[in-house]
Ligand binder design. Sequence first.
Ligand SMILES: Nc1ncnc2c1ncn2[C@@H]1O[C@H](COP(=O)(O)OP(=O)(O)OP(=O)(O)O)[C@@H](O)[C@H]1O
Ligand SMILES: [Mg+2]
Length: 389
Amino acid sequence: MEYLIMHKNIPVAEIEIDDISGVITAVNDVIHMEHIPVGVIHSLRHKQIIDRASLNHWWRGRSIPASRMGISEALNTLGIYETSELLTKCFGLSLSDHYWIKPIKSNLTWENVNFFDNDFSDDIGDVLFGINKKISGFDFVSPDNTSDGSLKKRWKIINGKRCLIKSGSAPFRQQPFNEVIASKIMDRLGINHVSYNIIRNGNEHYSICENFVTKDTELVSAYRILQIRPKENHENEYMHYVNICKESGVKNIVSSIDAMIVIDYIIANEDRHFNNFGLLRNADTLEWIGTAPIFDSGTSLWYDTQEKFIPYADIKCKPFKKTHGEQLRLVSDFSVFDFSKLDGIENEIIEIITDGNSESFIDDSRAKIIAENVQHRIDNLKKITLTVK
Ligand SMILES: Nc1ncnc2c1ncn2[C@@H]1O[C@H](COP(=O)(O)OP(=O)(O)OP(=O)(O)O)[C@@H](O)[C@H]1O
Ligand SMILES: [Mg+2]
């Protein structure tokens, strides 16, 4: 079927999609090249030429990843084979950016369809959470069809606000608490971040945060930004990213990456991959606004490590270096962080994890060990700050 790739109300390209597989089989015309998704490879000289493989990579990247917890059961319930089949069922709309596909002969407008203003169905979220009452006749109009990430998650409209609800994973189901702890640490250090809270349903705890993307500003992941141009021989991955941001006119990129590296060190984050941070841009003018607030800090705080191994755990590090020690060396200026603002954080961490939480999968002694090890990392940072002064 023929579609237009749309950026809000701007037609970007005329394409054909195989409705069974969801694959883009042809790019027939390019209408507004400047609005093609960031990082999709295109010819600068021949306006019409978009690399179809690269466009498909972007398009497939909008679907729920195969690694999502519980996805095979959900697909079974929905009676479909692949998550990519869900994309056309909601026009590829998302709550993290402003792209969508419009059937070529339709009169739909962005105002009619976008999820920022228009309500959406709970059916897909219910299926993804395994709490669906329906077994057929699902309403597929939902931003849950295009959500990324491996944890179970869904969007909900609560008091008119679009909120993302995320689970944890076995054995400790700790990630929702980690999101809240990371939020509190960033509050104290004055680091721009998404604020997370805990909600509870029976025995299960979830994190909840508001959408930080608006009708006007959209998230572009670091992964997509890195596709803007190849890495040059003299650049490491850090310089590649920083240089592209500077070339694009993004302000304060070094200080905001400094902040991300520091918080990731404190919480021993193991999963700051290139889709877990990025930039915001104005979707109308295409101007870069700056770094997106820090989100998704839950895969941290020894989330899957047994207590006795926590002090010796081999913590993975992403995105620029293999160890947090090496990554810390990329920080340009420690003097802007006042680590004394974290005094007393140990108790706050224990309270967050244990507060009203007798049925949690994390006991008091685990909470204490986590808090002690965070404190140890903060002490290290204080020492480093003194030596670089
Ligand atoms: N508050 C938010 N507002 C808008 N978009 C968001 C928000 N939080 C997350 N997203 C988008 O949803 C995606 C998935 O969310 P998130 O990274 O929190 O999930 P996850 O399952 O923890 O991911 P991972 O697989 O990296 O562990 C993000 O990559 C981002 O594109
Ligand atoms: Mg993520």
